[in-house]
Design a protein around this ligand. Sequence first.
Ligand SMILES: NC(=O)c1ccc[n+]([C@@H]2O[C@H](COP(=O)([O-])OP(=O)(O)OC[C@H]3O[C@@H](n4cnc5c(N)ncnc54)[C@H](OP(=O)(O)O)[C@@H]3O)[C@@H](O)[C@H]2O)c1
Length: 267
Amino acid sequence: MWPPLHGLCSLSRTGGAMAALLKLSRRGDNANVRPSTRSAGLSAHTCEALLFRKHGDPPRVVRLEDIDLPPMGAKDVLVKILAAPINPSDINMIQGTYSILPDLPAVGGNEGVAQVLEVGSRVTSLKTGDWVIPRDTGLGTWRTEAVLAEDDVISLPNDIPLLSAATLGVNPCTAFRMLSDFEHLKPGDTVIQNAANSGVGQAVIQIAAARGVNTINVIRDRSEFTQLSDRLKAIGATHVIKEEALRRPEMKELFKVCGHVLSQNWH
Ligand SMILES: NC(=O)c1ccc[n+]([C@@H]2O[C@H](COP(=O)([O-])OP(=O)(O)OC[C@H]3O[C@@H](n4cnc5c(N)ncnc54)[C@H](OP(=O)(O)O)[C@@H]3O)[C@@H](O)[C@H]2O)c1
């Protein structure tokens, strides 16, 4: 699969850093977000994290901080975060408008891919070097390292593109559910979606194409419309149209030839 168009984050200490990352310790003590008590520099027991202590405008409330890592338990793994995206829900969590909100302070970021650096004595399913992704939301992936429970992560092959691994957990799953849960789509059926160039929209295109389902993909006009349209078609889009075109009478003809059309509006 092609990686989504949206960017991955990078860590920055500059004010207003919107680099990436987040979750909250499920141990109930917020141990993964303790500010560092060490006086200078980083040790093996600290990491850098993008932390928010209150909800609000992300550039104002997210700060890069050194935080202590909790001690490793027998069923824990120490991981290095390799890449983590910024998704709309990450922003909404920081703003305080999302339906699931972490205890504060919290490290940002809900998905990403990490490499196992060290395993606890009773860890059975993972080994050093494995790639893992969060099993659930709220893990706080916008950090350089984390100590996580073995059960909080899922291992995956490390021979897939890094960007695909880092963005596997949210958008492709959402696209899969959208294409599976509401209609029994058959090859030859057609799905129409707006924001088709979004991460989730590109996943819809690829999963639909793999199932023989056609897609009508609506995007906003832009100077590089042709290049974007070509790129979406290269990953399997059947039709790519501008928002304005939806209002034109000739669209009726497109809908007629597309047969059963399931619509998906991302806004
Ligand atoms: N489980 C869930 O419910 C779930 C999971 C994942 C995502 N989502 C939702 O799915 C949507 C896409 O998420 P994503 O991560 O794939 O987003 P993304 O990659 O950041 O892309 C954002 C998309 O929104 C479009 N957009 C922004 N403002 C718009 C406007 N005013 N009118 C029309 N289009 C506009 C952008 O188009 P331009 O390129 O033209 O700016 C772009 O296609 C979001 O609403 C997100 O919250 C829901």
